[in-house]
Structures are given as structure tokens and as C-alpha cells.
Write a protein that binds this ligand. Structure first.
Ligand SMILES: [Mg+2]
Length: 169
């Protein structure tokens, strides 16, 4: 299986089949921040997102893992009442250390949810987490992401995997 292939692909975090994840004995959800939880450039999550996290907290341990800086990530995590990891340098395996040492959780019980194949999905597959892809909330992004998007397009073409054709495996 390609390391770039998500096992679940949905339009956004509101359309993810969390019940299925629960049935699969997933205990922890790791969310990407920019363009997954909120629009790149926004400072705070909206009410709908706050409500979603409130209900997810009943069933899962929730952690935001972002490549963004602490100041930004901590503010949003506080608002969503969840843990956070910042400067994660995805797709490196830096997250692994925290899963082992801080959370003591089996990787098969963790889902990673994000909008980028070359960071979120790739690191998820590398570590044996359950990788869930969502479409980016908006097209505006960091400069570095423009390169990732170009790469992503090529990968998606090769995998015969189309944007907007959502699935669950
Ligand atoms: Mg992102």
C-alpha cells in the first residue's frame, strides 16, 4: 500500500465517520490545524467546530498536532479544550516520541486527520496510525505548502485517486 494513501477520505472534519473509528477501537484523534480545523490565517475556531470537539471529547482523547508555532496552536487548543503538539515538522516522525512517552498509546488506536497527503497522511502511514484525509478548508496557504500541493497532485494522479471522490476503507 502506498504511504500516501488515506484509509478514509472525507470533505471535512464534520463529515468523518467517527462512529466507525470508535468501532475500530480508535481511542485518540490527532488533528492537523491549518486548513483542517480552521482556515489558514484565522485565529479562532468557529462555534460549529467548538461543538464538534465537545462531542468528540466524550469518546476520544483529542490532540492537535501542528507544524505551526506554539503561540498559535496553544490558543486554538485552549478554545477547543484539547491537548496540542506544536512545531511537529510533519512528515518527520517527531510525533512518535510524544505518542510513546507522553500518551503511552498503541499506534493502532490512533487516527490522524489532516488536509495534506505529503505531511499528515504520509506520517500517519509511516507510524501505523489510521490516516484520514480531508479537503483543505481554503486554497490560501503557507508558501511551503504550494510545493506540497504540486507534489500532491502528481501523487494523486499516480494513485488514480481523485479530489472530491470520498471513500472509506
Ligand atoms: Mg494543514
Amino acid at each position: 500500500m502506498s504511504l500516501f494513501r488515506p484509509l478514509m477520505y472525507q470533505k471535512d472534519i464534520f463529515n468523518i465517520n467517527y462512529e466507525k473509528l470508535k468501532k475500530m477501537e480508535i481511542e485518540m484523534l490527532i488533528f492537523d490545524l491549518d486548513n483542517t480545523i480552521l482556515k489558514y490565517g484565522d485565529d479562532l475556531p468557529n462555534e460549529r467546530t467548538i461543538d464538534l470537539f465537545k462531542s468528540l471529547r466524550k469518546n476520544f482523547k483529542i490532540v492537535i498536532a501542528s507544524n505551526n508555532i506554539q503561540k498559535k496552536v496553544s490558543k486554538i487548543a485552549k478554545c477547543l479544550k484539547c491537548d496540542y503538539l506544536y512545531s511537529m515538522m510533519k512528515p518527520t516522525k517527531k510525533i512518535k516520541k510524544f505518542l510513546d512517552k507522553k500518551y503511552h498509546i498503541e499506534f493502532s488506536k490512533v487516527a490522524i486527520i489532516g488536509d495534506q497527503i505529503v505531511t499528515d497522511i504520509f506520517v500517519g502511514n509511516r507510524l501505523g496510525l489510521y490516516p484520514v484525509l480531508v479537503d483543505p478548508i481554503c486554497d490560501k496557504d503557507l508558501k511551503i505548502t504550494a510545493f506540497n500541493r504540486w507534489l500532491e497532485k502528481r501523487i494523486m494522479n499516480r494513485m488514480k485517486f481523485k479530489k472530491g471522490e470520498y471513500y472509506e476503507e
